[in-house]
Design a binder for this molecule. Structure first.
Ligand SMILES: [Zn+2]
Ligand SMILES: [Zn+2]
Length: 336
């Protein structure tokens, strides 16, 4: 459940970065259609245009889903309960006033803590985290496919214009020069994006995020999250192979786990029918966070039904306020 934080100017200004992305997509589409839009009587062109349009549609769908999907928020009051069997030393966010689970980081642009934060992507003006990393990776995949299709489709016209330029040493029209310039920029952009895609695929294979990959000073050994290629892939893309190519989660395609507790020792157990469903995530969040103590279980019931026990609610609020006033009193907050 997203927390209510003051609106952030940087976040709103970030929407400006989306415009150049849409402009590049629109220009590429127009350039391809200018060359092939009228040649729909040839089988090769029909196959090419169909593939190009399908890839472009998936790109726009993935782009939209990456942009609007909540990457993952720390549940309210998470980590305030003593007796929790999970880590005793926790990082505390002074901006959001929450304890940060493993792999969670505060984004200064979004002004919130994000579960399993990968990075803040200005081109979609959203953080890439636990719940939208699949969409982001699909976006990169379809960007690469669409870009290479456009490069292949525009290559012949650009080569023809370039040979004219080399032979007669002057450009016959501004139109030809525009074609050559656009093609050169498209090739450069496609090569850069392909390298970026390769970089992210490498991190998926190791189950590591961009932040963790750049964190050379940390004493944490991030190899502990590496469960093998298949499990690492399923952790992000979910268990349902029918949904792997689509920017959809549904009930069966949710990322594996809850983004809060990471099973270092045993690794994911993928044979649980409920695993990955919304019910599973909600239940594991409640059960694991408030486990091992009768008081904690009572407190979780109080959170679900606040009117059941007003005195317990007051105690919880007092505990919260005392931690907010002095978060170092009982927990380690040195790693912010
Ligand atoms: Zn925060
Ligand atoms: Zn962000």
């Amino acid at each position: 459940m997203p927390q209510e934080l003051p609106s952030n100017v940087k976040k709103h200004l970030g929407n400006i970065f989306i415009l150049p992305v849409l402009l590049v997509i629109a220009l590429t589409y127009l350039q391809v259609m200018k060359l092939y839009g009228k040649e729909t009587h040839r089988l090769g062109v029909i196959v090419y245009l169909s593939t190009f349009h399908m890839s472009l549609l998936m790109l726009l769908w993935s782009f939209f889903k990456t942009m609007v999907t909540d990457p993952g928020t720390v549940p309210p009051l998470w980590g305030f309960y003593m007796g929790d069997s999970e880590q005793k030393r926790r990082r505390y966010c002074l901006m959001c006033h929450v304890f940060k689970p493993e792999r969670c980081h505060h984004c200064s642009v979004c002004n919130r803590c994000v579960l399993n934060m990968d990075h803040h992507c200005p081109w979609v003006n959203n953080c890439i985290g636990f719940f939208n990393r699949k969409f982001f990776l699909l976006l990169l995949t379809y960007v690469i496919i669409t870009s290479w299709l456009a490069v292949i489709g525009l290559y012949f016209q650009a080569a023809e214009d370039l040979s004219k330029l080399v032979q007669v040493h002057h450009v016959s029209s501004i139109h030809d020069l525009t074609n050559i310039c656009f093609f050169s920029l498209l090739v450069a952009l496609t090569v850069i994006l392909t390298m970026f895609f390769k970089f992210h695929v490498g991190m998926v294979k190791r189950n590591i995020t961009t932040i963790e990959n750049m964190d050379k000073k940390s004493t944490t050994n991030y190899k502990i999250y590496d469960k093998g290629l298949t499990n690492n892939f399923i952790q992000i893309f979910g268990r349902n192979p029918w949904l792997w190519l689509f920017p959809l989660n549904g009930r069966s395609g949710m990322p594996h786990g809850d983004g809060i507790l990471w099973h270092r020792e045993s690794g994911p157990t993928l044979d649980d029918e409920l695993q990955g469903t919304e019910e599973y995530i909600k239940s594991t969040q409640r059960l694991k966070i408030f486990s091992n103590s009768l008081e904690n279980i009572n407190a979780s019931r109080d959170l679900i039904s606040p009117k059941k026990d007003e005195s317990l609610k007051r105690d919880t609020e007092q505990t919260l306020n005392s931690f907010r006033a002095n978060p170092q009193s009982s927990y380690d907050s040195s790693q912010l």
